[in-house]
Design a protein around this ligand. Structure first.
Ligand SMILES: [Mn+2]
Length: 427
C-alpha cells in the first residue's frame, strides 16, 4: 500500500481540475433536480469483490506472458487487493479459489484481513481440473458424473470449501461446473441433471444457515455439445429444488452472443433469485475482457434493471446481490485492469442512478417509445466521471486510480519484491 502522504501528493496536481469538473456536473444535475452528493454517497457504499485469480496474468490455451511482480501467496494477493481498495475505496473484499488459495494459517490470515480492512466475500470450488494425486478423475464430470465415487469426491471438495468459508467469514459459496458433454449421445441429459441436483443438495445441507450458494451457468466451454448447467433457467430450477439459500449467479461472459442479459437480470430480481454477478467484458463468449470495454451500454442497461428493482417496493429486497469481478487477462497489468473494471462498474451504476424513473415510467405507460429511449440515452450519455472521482476522493482514494498507480511506480516495486517470473493462479 501507499502511505497517506504519498497518495495525497499524487492527488494534489489532479485536484483543481477535478473540483472544476465536479462543480460543473453538480450544477448541471441540480437543474434536473438530481443531488450529485446523493449519487456519490451511493457510489461510496458500492463494493465489488476482487477474485484472487485476477491478480496475476491469466493464461490462454496457447501461452502465458507473465507481467512480473505477481503475488506468490495468498498473503500477497490480499496485499494487492488492499492496494486496489486504497486507490478506489470500492474493492473491500476478495473471492478465493480452492485449492489455489487454501489458507495455511487461518488466524494469521484473519488478522491480515482485519488490518487491511478487507473481508472474504466468496469461496469458489474447483472441479474443472484434477489435483495432483487425486483418486478419481473429473475428466467426464464432477457433480454429474456417472460414477458415485467421483460425485462423492466433488461433493466433499465443495464441503471443504464451505468449511474454509465458515472459518474465514465468507457469506457465499459459488459453484460453477464444467460438467457436460462434447458429443451427441455421450451423456444422458436428464440423468446428468438429476445427479447434479442430488450432489448439490448434499453440499447445500452442509452449509450453515447464513451462507448462500450461488449457482453459475455457462452455455458452452469447456464442453461444446452440452453443459449440465447451460442457462439461467437451469440454475433457477436447481435453486428452486435446493431452497432459499440457493441463488443464481450471472456471469456476463456466460451467454450466447446478443443475449438480452438485462432482461435475465430483471427476471431474476423479480423472482428474488439473483444472488450475484461476475463482471467482465465479452465480445464473443467467455472472453474475460475488462468490464465495460466492449459493451458499455449493455452494462448500463444491466445496472438500470438493478437500480429499478432496488427502488421498487413490490420487489423482494431481502436477498443481497454479491458483486464480483471474474476476469483473467493475458495482456494488461492485472491491477490496472481491475482498476479500470471497477471504474466502469461504478460509472454504469452512477448513470443508472441518474435515470429519471418517474418520467420513464410515464413514457412506458403511454407507450411513448422515443421518449422512453431518450430518457435512458440521456442518462447513459452523461459524463459521470467526476461523480466517480468524487467518490474515490471521499473514500480517501486516488482521483485517478490508474494514473496514480503508474505515478507511484507500483508495478516496478512489486517486481523488485517478488521477481519477474512469480506466479499466482492455477490457470
Ligand atoms: Mn464466473
Amino acid at each position: 500500500m501507499l502511505s497517506d502522504d504519498q497518495l495525497q501528493d499524487l492527488n494534489r496536481p489532479l485536484l483543481d481540475e477535478h473540483q472544476f469538473r465536479y462543480q460543473y456536473l453538480r450544477d448541471l444535475l441540480a437543474r434536473r433536480h438530481v443531488d450529485a452528493q446523493d449519487v456519490v454517497q451511493q457510489l461510496n457504499a458500492f463494493q465489488v469483490a476482487i477474485p484472487s485469480w485476477a491478480l496475476g496474468t491469466g493464461g490462454t490455451r496457447f501461452g502465458r506472458f507473465s507481467g512480473g511482480g505477481e503475488p506468490r501467496s495468498l498473503e500477497e494477493k490480499i496485499d494487492d487487493v488492499a492496494l486496489l481498495n486504497q486507490l478506489n475505496g470500492s474493492s473491500n473484499s476478495i473471492s478465493l479459489h480452492i485449492p489455489w488459495d487454501i489458507p495455511q494459517d487461518v488466524p494469521a490470515l484473519q488478522q491480515q484481513l482485519k488490518a487491511r480492512g478487507l473481508t472474504i466475500d466468496s469461496m469458489n470450488s474447483n472441479t474443472f481440473q484434477d489435483q495432483p494425486g487425486q483418486s478419481v478423475s473429473y475428466k467426464f464430470g464432477s457433480l454429474s458424473h456417472t460414477d458415485a465415487a467421483v460425485r462423492q469426491l466433488a461433493v466433499e471438495h465443495n464441503i471443504e470449501c464451505v468449511r474454509y468459508g465458515q472459518q474465514l467469514g465468507a457469506g457465499v459459496h459459488t459453484v460453477w461446473l464444467a460438467d457436460g458433454s462434447n458429443f451427441p449421445g455421450q451423456q444422458h441429459l436428464r440423468r446428468a441433471y438429476q445427479r447434479t441436483a442430488e450432489s448439490l443438495a448434499s453440499i447445500y445441507e452442509a452449509m450453515p444457515s447464513d451462507m448462500t450458494m450461488l449457482i453459475e451457468y455457462k452455455p458452452y466451454e469447456p464442453n461444446f455439445y452440452s453443459m449440465v448447467i447451460p442457462d439461467w433457467g437451469t440454475s433457477y430450477s436447481l435453486c428452486q429444488y435446493l431452497g432459499k439459500q440457493a441463488q443464481v449467479l450471472v456471469d456476463l461472459g456466460h451467454h450466447l452472443p446478443n443475449t438480452n442479459i438485462e432482461q435475465i437480470v430483471g427476471r431474476l430480481r423479480h423472482f428474488g433469485r439473483l444472488g450475484g454477478f461476475h463482471f467482465n467484458g465479452s465480445m464473443y463468449g467467455d472472453d474475460d475482457l475488462t468490464t465495460g470495454s466492449t459493451k458499455p451500454f449493455q452494462l448500463f442497461l444491466i445496472f438500470n434493471e438493478l437500480v429499478d428493482a432496488a427502488q421498487d417496493d413490490t420487489v423482494n429486497q431481502e436477498a443481497a446481490v454479491a458483486y464480483m469481478i471474474d476476469a483473467s487477462h493475458n495482456t494488461k497489468d492485472p491491477l490496472e485492469d481491475l482498476l479500470q473494471s471497477v471504474e466502469s462498474i461504478l460509472g454504469a451504476y452512477a448513470k443508472a442512478l441518474l435515470v429519471d424513473r418517474a418520467a420513464l415510467h410515464e413514457a412506458q405507460e403511454n407507450n411513448d417509445v422515443v421518449r422512453a429511449e431518450e430518457i435512458l440515452r440521456d442518462a447513459f450519455l452523461t459524463d459521470v466521471r467526476p461523480l466517480v472521482a468524487e467518490s474515490y476522493r471521499q473514500s480517501g482514494g486516488a482521483l485517478q486510480p490508474v494514473a496514480v498507480y503508474r505515478a507511484a511506480r507500483v508495478r516496478e516495486s512489486l517486481i523488485q519484491q517478488r521477481g519477474k517470473l512469480s506466479l499466482s493462479t492455477g490457470l
